[in-house]
Write a protein of this length. Structure first.
Length: 80
């Protein structure tokens, strides 16, 4: 009976140690998630800013019309 109680006590102690370990790991993972969320937000902001700069540059560029000799219609006529 005493050995059974000792075994039960040992298992409870192991369970308590495991629970503590898992709580610590969980806290560390939550901290990592928070840091990654902050980084993700910063990167999204940088992407939005880069997109705006590229859009502005593209809108400032003149449109380029292909020369008539390079148009699709003249190529199909030349090969026919």
């Amino acid at each position: 009976m005493i050995s059974e109680l000792q075994q039960l006590s040992d298992k409870v102690a192991q369970l308590a140690a495991l629970t503590s370990s898992l709580r610590q790991e969980n806290a560390e993972l939550r901290s990592q998630i928070h840091l990654l969320d902050v980084e993700k937000s910063e990167l999204a902001t940088r992407i939005d800013a880069a997109h705006a700069r590229v859009s502005t540059l593209l809108s400032m560029m003149p449109s380029i019309e292909p020369p008539p000799e390079l148009s699709v219609d003249s190529n199909s006529e030349e090969t026919a």
